[in-house]
Design a protein around this ligand. Structure first.
Ligand code: NAD
Length: 389
């Protein structure tokens, strides 16, 4: 039986995966084997030593202390792509909001005081001030063409835009999802110089933080319209506000309001709604629950953000799941520890990711505490777990 602590509401669809015969699920739990999280900030969270994994229903993991998790042998999973359609649909709204002053227009209607002139008469005189360009026929620059960026690039083509994309790290799988009519640009500056609209779909990393700064904004066309449904910090806020106040940036549409931004003209902000659709929330939760279930029950890792992908068919009588540092001689040390305790290896897979690695060993006997202790005592081992079949 595994114990799962939920930090946020868990979609009922997950209960079909995390079934009561194998899982207890509760918001209050002192020693969980797994944590299920959607939006809670875990940066200062203290992990219990039994914790094996954290599954995040969503893509961004900047609210989880990944380095600390890996050091403590905790696998962290997210749900890539599961909310991409929700963000794409919000992007279509964002394009319209970036083009015309629809927010101002709606506010005007709802704040209109009829002092003798009915709204339907007054509006015909005022409406011109909410006008703006159509986006069809304009150039959209897409930064990051992963799960969300590829969908936004493709729909923008359908909406009649010319689409340029910049993504120096695009995986082969992700590249297949981008229409061949999207023009790839190798240089970020070249992308910024060409587009009328810019949309950001990169993760927040040390490299992408402030990637749009004063220099980047200076390269852009006058009256550029920027949509940011990635993370607020990918744009330097001081530079952004300078760009908006000078009129260089015609409008900024974002899912990440701050107290300063909502007081700045030409900002349209939603409260982190990108993945907030009924379907996205269920998709993310189900994907995260599957990854958690797979890891807890089989040791296989898919869509981890801190450990390598590793899937091995089950064989033998037991499986050892070992998280360790990526250092020389580790496999030899593990296999010698096993042969010293008369455990025969049926199958072994080892994958690394940066400074860390994961090894799965299927063996032909049941594994007892002594075997686990022997492996645990090898320098550089962060976590050993045995699954007796
Ligand atoms: N507003 C929301 O509710 C919401 C919902 C989903 C995702 N997001 C944000 O959007 C981001 C993207 O989501 P996704 O599902 O498409 O992620 P993804 O991992 O599928 O795609 C990210 C893409 O960015 C590219 N990239 C990384 N660094 C880059 C750089 N320096 N320059 C250009 N491209 C770079 C990667 O190669 C990848 O193709 C997430 O990290 C998350 O922060 C927000």
């Amino acid at each position: 039986m595994f114990h799962v602590k939920t930090l946020n509401h868990i979609s009922p669809a997950c209960r079909e995966i995390l079934t009561p015969d194998r899982y207890t699920i509760s918001e209050e739990m002192e020693k969980p084997d797994a944590i299920f999280v959607r939006a809670t900030n875990m940066l200062n969270y203290e992990f219990n030593p039994e914790l094996l994994c954290i599954a995040r229903a969503g893509i961004g993991v900047n609210s989880i202390p990944l380095d600390r998790c890996t050091e403590e042998g905790i696998a962290v999973f997210n749900s890539p792509g599961a909310n991409a359609n929700g963000v794409k649909e919000l992007f279509v709204f964002g394009l319209s909001m970036a083009s015309r002053d629809l927010l101002g227009a709606v506010n005007w209607v709802y704040h209109y005081h009829n002092d003798g002139v009915p709204v339907e008469v007054a509006m015909e005189k005022i409406k011109k001030q909410f006008s703006g360009p159509e986006y069809a026929g304009k150039i959209l620059g897409v930064v990051g063409t992963g799960n969300v960026g590829s969908l936004t690039a493709n729909i923008a083509l359908d909406l009649g835009m010319t689409v340029y994309a910049y993504d120096p790290y695009l995986s082969v799988d992700a590249a297949w999802k981008v229409s061949r009519d999207v023009k790839r640009v190798a240089d970020f500056g070249a992308l910024l110089r060409s587009c009328d609209y810019l949309t950001l779909h990169v993760p927040l990393t040390d490299e992408t933080r402030d990637m749009v700064d004063d220099d980047a904004i200076a390269c852009m066309k006058d009256n550029v319209r920027i949509i940011n449904y990635a993370r607020g910090e990918v744009i330097n806020e001081d530079a952004l506000i300078r760009g908006l106040e000078s009129g260089k940036i015609a409008r900024y549409v974002t899912d990440f309001p701050t107290d300063r931004l909502i007081r700045t003209k030409n900002v349209v902000a939603t409260p982190h709604l990108g993945g907030t659709t009924i379907e996205s929330e269920a998709n993310c939760a189900v994907m995260a629950a599957r990854e958690m279930d797979d890891y807890l029950c089989t040791g296989n890792i898919k869509n981890s953000v801190n450990l390598p992908t590793l899937v091995q068919e089950r064989s033998g009588m037991a499986r050892l799941c070992i998280i360790h540092r990526n250092v020389p001689n580790m496999l030899a040390s593990i296999t010698s520890a096993l042969s010293a305790t008369d455990v025969n290896v049926e199958n072994l897979t080892n994958k690394s990711r940066g400074n860390y690695a994961y090894t799965v060993v299927d063996v032909n006997t049941l594994v007892d505490h002594d075997v686990i202790q022997k492996i645990r005592s090898i320098g550089g081992i962060l976590r050993v777990r045995a699954l007796n079949h």
